[in-house]
Write a protein that binds this ligand. Structure first.
Ligand SMILES: *Cc1c(COP(=O)(O)O)cnc(C)c1O
Ligand SMILES: [Zn+2]
Length: 503
C-alpha cells in the first residue's frame, strides 16, 4: 500500500527517520562507549557489552496504542527495508539509515498453533514460532541482518572497508554470517570456524555454498570461540558471534513479533526457548523489557530457558535459590542432539545474570525460569511434534520438552498460553532423526528409540517379476502392466486397502 493511502495522522510515523543515540554499555563497570568503531568487550574491564539508546525516552512520548498502529500499518507497506526486523526500526537500529538495511527475507516467521492432540499431551495451549523459516533456516538471521546492516552502514559511510567478518559457530551462526556477508560482496568477506565433526552436514554445506572460508577446528564450540576471540583481539576482523551486541539487538525482533502477533497482550503468555551461548534469551528478555518501557505492552510474559542435562551451565547456576550464593561454573559438555546449544561456557552469561534480575524486578515476581531436560525427552518431543504437523528441529523439541517439564513442576499452568521457539528447521538436524529411526545413537547420547515414533521406508519389489524398470530403461506393453499391477497389489496389502466395489 502507498504511503498516501494511510490515515493522515499516522503517515509521519510510518517511515522511520534516522534518530536515537546508541552507545555500548559495559555490564561490568557500567562505562559507555560510542559506536563509531566495532567493540565486543569493554576496553577497561573486558566484560561483555549491550547497546542502549540514550534517547530512548523520546519513544515514550508516543502512546502505546499509536505504536500498535504504526507497527500494524507498517505490515502493509511494500518497502523492503521495513519488511523484516526493521519494522521495529526505532527499537532495533534507529541510527541505521534505511538505505543501509540488508533484507534477505528474515523475520516475521509463522506462529502455528499446535493441534488438539499436542495440546492435550502438553497440558496447555501452545504455538510454535517457526524461526527455522528464516533465510538460512535459523533465528540467527535476525541477528545477522542487524550486525550486517550496521557494518554495511559503516562501509557506505566510508568508515570501514574490506571487512573480514569472522565467527565461531555450532553451525547456524556460520550459515547466517556467510549468507549475509555473501550478499554484501565485494565489500565484506567471511570466514567461519566450526568444531570438527560437531556440526551437521547440512550446516557445513551452508557456509561452503555461500563462499565463506571454512575452518574446522578440533574440540568443541568453546574451543573455537577462544580461537576467534584471540583472532579478534590481535587482527583486524569483524566478530559476528553474539558477543557482538548488534546481534542481540536484531534478535530482539523475535519478542516484538510475538507482541504484535498476540495484539500486544502478554498476560498469561509464556515463551520457552533453548539456551546455548545465551545470546537469544538475552535478546528475548531485552526485547520485552524495551516494549514494556515504551508502554507498547503492559506486562511481561514468563520466560522458560531450557537446557539439556548434557550442556546445562545456566540451569546449574540458577539451581541455587539464594542469589548471594550463586557462582557461575562452566561445565564440560557431553554429546547432545541439541548440538547448536552444546555450550559449556556461554559468552552471554553476564548479560543473562544482569537481565534476569531486571526482568523479575519489572515483573514484580519471579518470571524467568530455567529447566533441564534429557536427550531422550528432546528427541521424543521433537518427533511427536513433527508427527503432528510441525517442522521442529531438536532445539524446538528441547523447548517443547522444557515447557512440558515446566508444566509438570507447576511453573506454568493450564491457563497459560505458550510460544515455543523453534529455533531452526527440522532438515538441518535430520541426521538425529535418522539415528533415532535406525536405532544408531552412540551410547553417550543415552537415547533409546520408542517403537511408536520410529518410521522407515519400505522397498517394494514383488518377487517373481522378471523385468523391472530402471533409469533409461523403461518397461513397455504387458511387462509394464504386470509391474504396475504387482507393485500396486503389494502396496495395497501393506496398507490393508479395501477393493473398490464395481457396480
Ligand atoms: C544458536 C542456536 C541456539 C542457541 O542460542 P544461543 O543464543 O546461543 O543461546 C539454539 N538453537 C539453535 C537452532 C541455534 O542455532
Ligand atoms: Zn567495563
Amino acid at each position: 500500500m502507498r504511503l498516501d493511502h494511510f490515515p493522515e495522522e499516522i503517515r509521519p510515523h510510518l517511515i522511520p527517520g534516522h534518530s536515537g543515540q546508541l552507545v555500548y554499555r559495559c555490564l561490568g563497570c557500567g562505562e559507555e562507549f560510542g559506536i563509531k568503531e566495532l567493540l565486543y568487550t569493554c576496553p577497561h574491564c573486558r566484560q561483555v557489552l549491550l547497546l542502549y539508546d540514550l534517547k530512548f525516552n523520546r519513544l515514550k512520548s508516543i502512546p502505546g496504542e499509536t505504536w500498535h498502529r504504526i507497527f500494524d500499518y507498517r505490515k502493509m507497506l511494500t518497502l523492503p527495508e521495513l519488511k523484516g526486523i526493521y519494522r521495529f526500526h526505532e527499537f532495533i537500529g534507529p541510527v541505521i539509515p534505511l538505505d543501509a538495511v540488508v533484507y534477505l527475507g528474515e523475520g516475521h516467521t509463522p506462529i502455528v498453533e499446535a493441534n488438539e492432540t499436542m495440546q492435550q499431551r502438553a497440558g496447555l495451549r501452545f504455538f510454535f514460532k517457526n524461526d527455522g523459516q528464516n533465510p538460512s533456516a535459523s533465528f540467527k538471521d535476525r541477528g545477522m541482518a542487524s550486525a550486517l546492516s550496521y557494518i554495511n552502514y559503516l562501509v557506505r559511510s566510508g568508515k570501514v572497508s574490506d571487512v573480514l567478518a569472522i565467527c565461531a559457530s555450532t553451525g547456524d551462526t556460520s550459515a547466517a554470517a556467510a549468507l549475509y556477508a555473501a550478499y554484501l560482496q565485494p565489500h565484506i568477506k567471511s570466514a567461519v570456524l566450526l568444531p570438527h565433526k560437531k556440526v551437521t552436514p547440512q550446516q557445513l554445506s551452508q557456509p561452503l555454498g555461500s563462499g565463506a572460508r571454512v575452518f574446522e577446528i578440533p574440540g568443541v564450540f568453546d574451543d573455537c570461540m577462544k580461537v576467534v576471540e584471540g583472532l579478534s583481539e590481535r587482527f583486524n576482523v569483524a566478530l559476528l558471534n553474539s558477543k557482538n551486541a548488534w546481534r542481540i539487538l536484531g534478535q530482539e525482533s523475535y519478542s516484538y513479533e510475538i507482541a504484535q502477533d498476540f495484539e500486544y497482550d502478554m498476560a498469561d503468555k509464556v515463551i520457552a526457548l533453548p539456551i546455548g551461548n545465551a545470546g537469544n534469551i538475552t535478546a528475548v528478555m531485552n526485547g520485552f523489557l524495551k516494549f514494556l518501557d515504551a508502554g507498547i505492552i503492559t506486562c511481561l510474559p514468563k520466560i522458560i530457558g531450557v537446557q539439556s542435562e548434557h550442556a546445562d551451565p545456566v540451569f546449574q547456576y540458577y539451581r541455587e535459590p539464594d542469589a548471594a550464593k550463586r557462582t557461575f561454573k562452566p561445565v564440560t559438555v557431553k554429546a547432545s542432539v541439541a548440538q547448536a546449544a552444546m555450550i559449556g561456557n556461554p559468552v552471554s552469561m553476564p548479560r543473562v545474570i544482569n537481565l534476569v534480575d531486571l526482568y523479575n524486578e519489572r515483573s514484580g515476581k519471579s518470571n524467568v525460569f530455567f529447566v533441564q531436560v534429557t536427550e531422550q525427552q528432546i528427541m521424543d518431543w521433537e518427533l511427536l511434534a513433527n508427527r503432528n504437523g510441525h517442522i521442529a528441529c531438536t532445539h524446538g523439541g528441547e523447548s517443547l520438552a522444557g515447557l512440558v517439564a515446566a508444566k509438570t513442576q507447576g511453573i506454568v499452568d493450564e491457563n497459560d498460553v505458550a510460544v515455543i521457539d523453534s529455533t531452526a528447521h527440522a532438515l538441518k538436524f535430520s541426521g538425529f532423526q535418522d539415528m533415532y529411526f535406525e536405532n544408531k545413537f552412540p551410547g553417550e547420547f543415552a537415547v533409546t528409540p520408542k517403537p511408536e515414533l520410529i518410521n522407515s521406508p519400505k522397498l517394494v519389489q514383488p518377487e517373481g517379476l522378471e523385468k523391472l524398470p530402471a533409469p533409461g530403461k523403461p518397461l513397455t506393453g504387458s511387462d509394464f502392466s504386470l509391474f504396475v499391477d504387482r507393485v500396486s497389489d503389494e502396496i495395497a496389502r501393506e496398507l490393508d486397502l479395501k477393493k473398490v466395489q464395481k457396480a
